[in-house]
Design a protein around this ligand. Sequence first.
Ligand code: B12
Length: 214
Amino acid sequence: MSSEIFENAADAILKGDPAIATEVARKGLGEGIDPLTLISEGFVPGINKVGDMFESGKLFLPELVKAANAMQSATDIINAAIPEGEGQAQGRIIIGTVEGDVHDIGKTIVVSLMKANGFEVRDLGRDVSTDRFIEEADKFNADIIGTSALLTTTMEAQRRLEYQLKETGLKKRFKTMVGGAPITQRWARRIGADAFAENASEAVKKARALLEAV
Ligand code: B12
C-alpha cells in the first residue's frame, strides 16, 4: 500500500538512515508509485519534520546532516527514475542555488522534472554567484534563469541578480524564476522576478507560461 510506503519514507528520513531510505525509494518505484508523488508525499514530510525539530532545538546539526544524507540517497534514485523528455526542446533554463547556500535537494528535483518535460537544463549546482549565473546564462543562451534559496540570509542574492540584470540591460533578455522554502510570490513581486513556484510541478507550469508570454 502506498500510504505505508509514504510512512516508511518519512521514517527513514527521521532516522537519518540512507540504506533504509534507498530501500524504500526502490520499493516505492517498484510498486509503480509516481516518482514525484513518492518524493512529495513520502520523503518531503520527513525532511520537513526534521527541519521543524532542528528549529525548535529537538535535534541538532549532526542529525540534520544524517537526515539530509538519507534524503539525498532517496532523491538521487527517484530523480534518476524520472525519464528525460523527448521531442522538441521547450526552452533553455539555467538553474542553481545562490551564493552562500548549499541546499540543493529541492533544486535538483526541479531540474529532473524540467528535463522530463523537455526543457534543456544547465544545472550550475550550489553556492553560485550572481556573476556566474549571468555569465553562464549568456553562454548557454538561456531563456530563463532559475535560482533557489533556502536561507533567509541568502534570499537577498535573488534580489541582487534582478538588480544586476537591470543594471547591465539584460533583464529583457532573460526571464527569472525564484524558488526555495522561504520564497513567496510576494518576494518575487517585490524584487521583480518574473515567476515564483512552490514546487517542481508548478515550476514546469510557470516556465511554460513564461516562454509562451515571450
Ligand atoms: C536538508 C537541510 C539541510 C542540509 C542540506 C543538504 C542539501 N544537499 O541540500 C544541510 C544539513 C547541509 C543543511 C545545512 C544548513 N541548514 Co538546512 N535545512 C535542511 C531542511 C531540513 C530541508 C531542505 C530540503 O531539502 N527540503 C526538501 C526539498 C524537496 O524542498 P525545497 O528545498 O523547499 O524545494 C522545493 C521548493 O522550494 C521548490 N524549489 C526549490 N528550489 C527551487 C528553484 C526554483 C527556480 C523554483 C522555481 C522552485 C524551487 O521546488 C522544490 C521541490 O518541490 C530545511 C528545512 C525545510 N523545511 O526547508 C533546513 C533549513 C533550510 N536549514 C536551515 C539552517 C539554519 C541551516 C544551517 C545554517 C545550519 C547550521 N547551523 O549550519 C546550514 C546552512 C548551510 C548553508 N550555508 O547553506 C534553516 C534555515 C532557517 C532560515 N531562516 O534561514 C532551515 C529552514 C531549518 C530550520 N527550520 O531551522 N540544511
